[in-house]
Design a protein around this ligand. Structure first.
Ligand SMILES: [Zn+2]
Length: 343
């Protein structure tokens, strides 16, 4: 965050530095101070302020600017207040001092991830209010705890509560990428991580013979099919300069397991894959594709998911046809890097 020159510091930068000095750092974040800071912002801006204690000591703070048409769904601007731990010996300045150098650069934990965003929301609302704007839709700013440890004690609990339903969020913005320029990039989708384990079973036997129908032969076929698909996607990315990595499905073979000895043909072998499924892929159809690769390899080849998160992009796009997918999206992603994250 730069504020070059020697002019008087902009009040929003002063506010930003105050926010940075609140030690909301894991493993013992001072959430009380953050909530008090936000309550004071609400008071100064004339916004509603609701505190929802989702777990003991863990409060989601909601600042609200009511719209003129309460029938419309609301706009939700989310940010998290917690920050990851620091290794002070690697810092040139105290990470909770919010030191500003002569160039205007500010050094502090959470400056990018993501206290700057929370302050940008507040400053945008302050300016729009000061300019006399009124909007039909209600704008909620949610400040959540516990994002950096998975959101289980924060957004994950909040979305299950009536207070969240009552916000009637129709669209939401969340964390994205820091940007060195004045541009604020909005991402609308994210690849879906699918961790898949393919297990092949076949006839065991002695390593000196030509055993038929072995687990290894069948696993080899599945691995070949998946790696051929990988190559196709790689070529698709390389041959089209308009495509970014996040627009194609990547896959890597990350684990091979099986076997007990050099001279024993095992009855079972498995291969694990890390798929990142592109946002525009039909997930049901893709699962069918996986199934057909396994079936084509022969009898006794199955797959299971160690993890298969729904694609954020898919959920967000379905927002157009259903009133509830936003909730689904938030629930599905447990309030970590949600639906407005980089691909
Ligand atoms: Zn973050």
């Amino acid at each position: 965050m730069a504020n070059k020159g020697h002019e008087v510091e902009h009040p929003s930068v002063t506010l930003f530095r105050q926010y940075l000095r609140i030690r909301t750092v894991h493993p013992k974040p001072d959430y009380g101070a953050a909530v008090a800071f936000l309550e004071e912002r609400a008071r100064q801006l004339g916004l509603g302020c609701q505190k929802v204690e989702v777990a003991p000591g863990l409060v989601v703070t909601v600042l609200t600017w009511p719209g003129t048409n309460p029938k419309l769904s609301s706009l939700l601007l989310n940010s998290h207040t917690d920050v990851v731990p620091v290794f002070e010996e690697h810092w040139s300045h105290d990470p909770f001092e919010a030191f500003k150098d002569a160039e205007g650069y500010i050094y502090a934990r959470g400056a990018q991830d993501m206290k700057c965003v929370g302050i940008q929301y507040l400053e945008a609302v302050r300016r729009l209010k000061a300019e006399g704007h009124h909007f039909p839709r209600t704008i909620h700013m949610t400040f959540v705890p516990d994002e950096e440890t998975g959101g289980h004690q924060g957004m994950e609990l909040f979305v299950q509560r009536p207070e969240f339903q009552a916000l009637r969020a129709g669209f939401a913005l969340d964390e994205g990428l820091a940007n060195p320029t004045d541009a604020f990039t909005v991402f609308y989708s994210e690849r879906s991580p699918w961790w898949v384990r393919v297990t092949s079973t076949g006839r065991p036997g002695h390593g000196s013979r030509f055993i038929e129908d072995t687990a290894a032969e069948k696993l080899h076929k599945v691995v070949s099919s998946i790696l051929a698909f990988r190559e196709k996607e790689r070529q698709r990315l390389q041959s089209n300069p308009h495509l970014k990595q996040g627009a194609v499905t990547s896959v890597n073979l990350t684990k091979l397991e099986g076997g007990v000895a050099y001279n024993v043909v095992p009855a079972t072998m498995s291969a694990s894959f890390d798929f990142r499924v592109a946002p525009d892929v039909d997930l049901k159809a893709f699962e069918e594709q996986l199934r057909s690769w396994c079936q084509a390899a022969g009898e006794g080849v199955t797959f299971e998911f160690a993890q298969a998160l729904p694609s954020a992009g898919t959920l967000l796009w379905s927002l157009r046809s259903s009133p509830l997918p936003l909730t689904a999206a938030i629930s599905a992603r447990s309030g970590s890097r949600l639906w407005a994250s980089p691909p």
